[in-house]
Design a protein around this ligand. Structure first.
Ligand SMILES: *Cc1c(COP(=O)(O)O)cnc(C)c1O
Length: 455
């Protein structure tokens, strides 16, 4: 054990392959279904939305997929990212636990999201696509795709959830600075958006609605535009596995074996990207870790959702996938962690939860910010509100270790910084931040509208 704080890899250590957990899942993933016919989707349906290479990755069961050199070249602007021991936080908690965080906030847009945005922009450019459409919640994904689109010379059109558009003007300006166009969703630019505005002109929007709008914009573009998703799908989690692969090497440098791995979950991409390379060892029986996914009580997908086939979007135009879901028209309360306001979850994460390989916990907004402020005051870094969910549970586990008098090694994925989320911190510091009760009734109601499938 050294007394080191930061565990840094060199550029030569940047992973050359992404790790595909589909190769190691105990049972194969249930197939995605066509939204209308409800038959397993065919590649040509997906090709209206995604380039072929991305679809191949989506359905691949190859264990390792090579990272193209132009993608690695962009990764080198900020990767490998540091792994940092949170010694000052440990001291403040007076815990025997060791807390490490993998810091993804060093990317140009401030989160893990460029890891997949860069890959997707590359494959779309290679396929001759002119523009990408997408949704964004807090603006992290939109900024990442705007950045990547700029590097690979592709136009980017972003449907931003209205509540975040209003709360986070600086994220919009960042996207526009990178050259993207940004719209507050629901918009009147799409049929789905117009329908929702007619029912509820004050709709705060949701990721589900914004996804419908972005997909519709691609589908109605005569092939000029394709859609790009920042989470949930297999290929997105695949691209994020550079995080976990680096973290494994860095924990070796630190000379410690993790006991507990923690990540926040919105659609599951930073959690999956960080934990899957570790879970590979667990599935192969070589290692044993507790792996904890942290979600907000306002969108408690794993802890309260149903494991069932559902649409990925509110407008019912995306494929139906088997996942834990709160129902496709569930609209989460407007918590500040916009990136966690999603009704569904990555099918791979859900399969692992269903099989008991990972655990999940839901936490309230105020407790999350309390943890975030403690982190900021000890480690200096202001967590994104999403990331703060993981910080909260890492602190809880460190306090449990203290009570039990055990030295646990806790590693969390620090998915992004919160420099664009200071209005949320202001609300917390001024005592105005509210908690939302578990939306039990709303969940029961929206779960009644799951599609019927014959499988
Ligand atoms: C988008 C985002 C998340 C949630 O998305 P996942 O796909 O679940 O990772 C978490 N943290 C940050 C900083 C984000 O930007």
């Amino acid at each position: 054990m050294s007394d080191q704080y930061r565990f840094l890899l060199s550029e030569a250590d940047l992973p050359k392959f992404w790790y595909n957990i589909a190769a190691d899942l105990p049972t194969p993933l249930p197939p995605p279904l066509h939204p209308v016919t409800k038959e397993p989707v065919t590649p040509d349906f997906l090709e209206a939305i995604f380039p072929r290479e991305v679809i191949m990755q989506e359905v691949s069961t190859e264990r390792y997929i090579e990272i193209p050199e132009p993608v690695r070249e962009v990764y080198r602007l900020w990767r490998p990212t540091p792994l940092i021991r949170a010694r000052r936080l440990e001291q403040a908690l007076d815990t025997p636990a060791h807390i490490y965080f993998k810091y993804e906030g060093v990317s140009p847009s401030g989160s893990h999201k460029p890891n997949t945005a860069v890959a997707q922009a590359f494959y779309n450019k290679a396929a001759g696509v002119h523009a990408l459409t997408t949704e964004t919640g807090a603006g992290q994904w939109g900024s990442a795709l705007a950045l990547a689109g700029n590097f690979f010379d592709i136009d980017v059109e972003v449907y931003m959830v209205k509540v975040s558009y209003q709360q986070k003007p600086y994220r919009r300006i960042l996207m526009e600075t990178y050259g993207a166009q940004v719209f507050a969703s629901p918009t009147d630019r799409t049929e789905v958006g117009r329908r929702i505005l007619a029912e509820d002109p004050d709709s705060p929007g949701s990721l589900g609605i914004a996804i419908s709008e972005a997909v519709e914009a691609a589908l109605t573009s005569n092939g000029k535009k394709k859609y790009s998703l920042g989470s949930v799908l297999n290929h997105v989690l695949l691209h994020q596995t550079v995080i976990g692969q680096e973290a494994i090497k860095q924990m070796e440098m630190a000379g410690e074996e993790p006991d507990i791995l923690i990540g926040c979950i919105g659609g599951g991409s930073n959690f999956g990207g960080f934990t899957f390379p570790f879970i590979k060892e667990k599935l192969q029986g070589k290692k044993d870790y507790r792996v904890i996914a942290v979600e907000p009580t306002a969108a408690p997908t794993l802890t309260k959702g149903l494991y069932a086939y559902d649409y990925g979007d509110t407008g019912k135009i995306t494929p139906i996938v088997k996942m834990h879901t709160l129902g496709h028209d569930f609209v989460p309360a407007p918590i500040h962690a916009g990136g966690l306001r999603y009704h569904g979850m990555a099918p791979t994460v859900c399969a692992l939860y269903d099989q008991g390989v990972i655990e999940a916990v839901a936490v309230h907004q105020r407790a999350v910010f309390e943890a975030a402020v403690l982190f900021a005051r000890t480690q200096g870094i202001i967590p994104a509100p999403e990331t703060a969910h993981a910080v909260k549970v890492a602190i809880d586990e460190a306090l449990k270790a203290k009570e039990a008098g055990e030295k646990k090694v806790i590693v969390l994925n620090f998915s992004g910084h919160g420099h664009f989320d200071l209005s949320a911190y202001q609300a917390y510091l001024s005592g105005e931040l509210q908690d939302y009760a578990y939306p039990e009734k709303e969940i029961q109601k929206s779960l009644q509208k799951l599609p019927e499938v014959n499988l």
